[in-house]
Design a protein around this ligand. Sequence first.
Ligand code: SF4
Length: 730
Amino acid sequence: MMKLPAMTFREWDGPLTSDLVREPAKFGLGQVPTHLMPDATTKAICGFCSTGCGLKIHLKDGAAINLTPDPDYPVNLGTACPKGWEALSALDAPDRARMPLLHGKEVDWDTALRYFCDKMREIIDQHGPEAAAYLSTGQIMFEEMAFLGALAKFGMGMIHGDGNTRQCMATAVAAYKESFGFDAPPFAYSDFEESDVLLFIGANPCIAHPIMWQRVLRNKRKPEIIVVDPRTTETAMAATQHYAIKPKSDLTLLYGIAHLIIRDGGLDTAFIEEHTSGFDEFMLFVAAFHPNRVADETGISVHRLVHLAQTIIHGTPRVSLWWTMGVNQGHQATRTAQAIINLALMTGNIGKPGTGANSITGQCNAMGSRLFSNTTNLLGGHDFRNPRHREKVADAIGIPVERIPDRPSLAYDQIIKAADAGTVKALWFIATNPSHSWIDQNEINRILDKLDFVVVQDMYCSTETAKRAHLVLPAAGWGEKEGCFINSERRIGYSPKVRRAPGQALADFHIFRLISHYWGCDDLFRGWSSPEAVFRVLQRCTEGQPCDITGIDGHEMLQKSGGVQWPLSREQRPKFDVSVSKERRLFTDGKFYTPDQRAKFIFDEPQAPPEQCSNDYPLILMTGRGTSAQWHTETRTSKSAVLAKMIPEELMLDLNPLDASRLGVRDGMQVRVISKRAELTAKARLTTCVSPGEVFLPMHDSRVNQLTHASYDPQSRQPSYKHSAVRVEK
Ligand code: SF4
């Protein structure tokens, strides 16, 4: 009989995330060089994840030498995760891009920018405005994002541009827009501390958002913490209830819970009648999700389904529901997110402390891109198709309205498909590395390699995508430039420049300014002279929108106040006292942003995932974050020697001991993981954290997305990374 490894409160045999946060110095985090003593301190916002922690940056002769978490910042309250502690070390890496590279050879900026403009213009002139597109990021400041989107579309005449936020947040955007009438995550982080029941669906905050998890641990109400996740993650182990559903049965489970809440009298009928629409149709729809059917399709017993529904019913009025990539990266992601929203609406859990249907964002400025990237939405959450919106934004910016396209961009996957078809011939990537991160990696790399012109603008010249580029534009990183991020709770924070960028690398903001000059459209952007000036332009774009920020008094107010959550309109400003209004949530009046001010119940029949297991590929592969010391494609976190000690040395495949026994695989053995698309080798880690028939790989290894199957949620076009079929061999 094979000995099963003990269930441990961790994902690997390294330090626990909670220990790293509590005792950072023990792990070498935040050490001050002994020969240096700071002579000044300034404040910044961490540039990794969407938590948006405040950091104190310690300066010597005006340059950052060290940092510590800011005890006064209302987000993190003096804590930081390993990535935040090591944020400065990523700036000193030897593979920083220091000079523009044209076909791999160093050139000066004048040559690079002339080449960029000549080549882009030639392609657009010959093949039309759809032949060139940009693919951007949630990692740069939103003043920079806005400049890029405005330059590319209003200045250079492109139609298409999207961002890597399509991989993480597009689903939440699509779900909120349809259900609430605007992309509006309703919560404040204080809701973690004020809930009686916290339901995490496809979310692992212990690893992915460790400082949000610290906020959960501050909850004094002895909350019930429920995790719905196929894997027994760190968060699942710390929860009071864990439901290890079959992969991608979440939509069925959520409809089944709605069925039980209706059956067992858990509705808030007053809220439903006054503030929602479509409930009667929804009630009829979920009548078909009988507990026996749901138990069969999810793998959760009827008894446990009833227990879950009862916990929600008796947790009212303070139940909060949280989701992230486990939901967003699914083949029916938008409907799944809306099924979570439906649960909040039917139980009246929204607009009050400790409640909400709350999507946790991924990148530090994914929320900024939702308002200001000018990709799917016109600046300020407007609609390219709406002539009144185009007039308003043209007026706010001071450009002719004809400059604004009358249709939104193709989505990321559609741009790549158009590149394969030959319609798109030039792609400009800004601070993103799709050759590693995009789904079905070999396919996107095949397409990139046949393009006429690939430009990568990045901190590093060594990324998998930069290596494929004809032209590399060297960019400054976080800490080497200034601007604002928006975090998951809609908090706008300012981050200053505290270092010089290496070599001739420039802030993305200045690269966009230079391109506007070389392209000959700088007269359109004459007022866009600094990030602060662009912030003022963007404020005007938000006027009258749910995200109205006309009441913020520039970067200085953001610095002094510990950040400001949107909205803060000019009308709200006199009543806004920063010292007592630190955390605000939306929908406290039960009014939503739809035309009738009612939130909508939206639903659809669950479908089977597109790639099913077979005799040749009998296991379901799920991918996700590995440890709290790793960030996405590791272009930055891999540069830190301290973080390197906190991660496994090899790619680890989580494999259930029962499957291992059947395959003759022992713990620590090298195995081949094979999908229809590719294969890789990994070290087997035998663990009951995955169920029989399921395996898990962390997404940070550059080979993992060679295996993943490309399918997309039809509403949000977000890729589904959570369900590919593989086999494992010795
Ligand atoms: Fe905070 Fe996220 Fe930065 Fe960690 S990576 S310090 S959780 S903002």
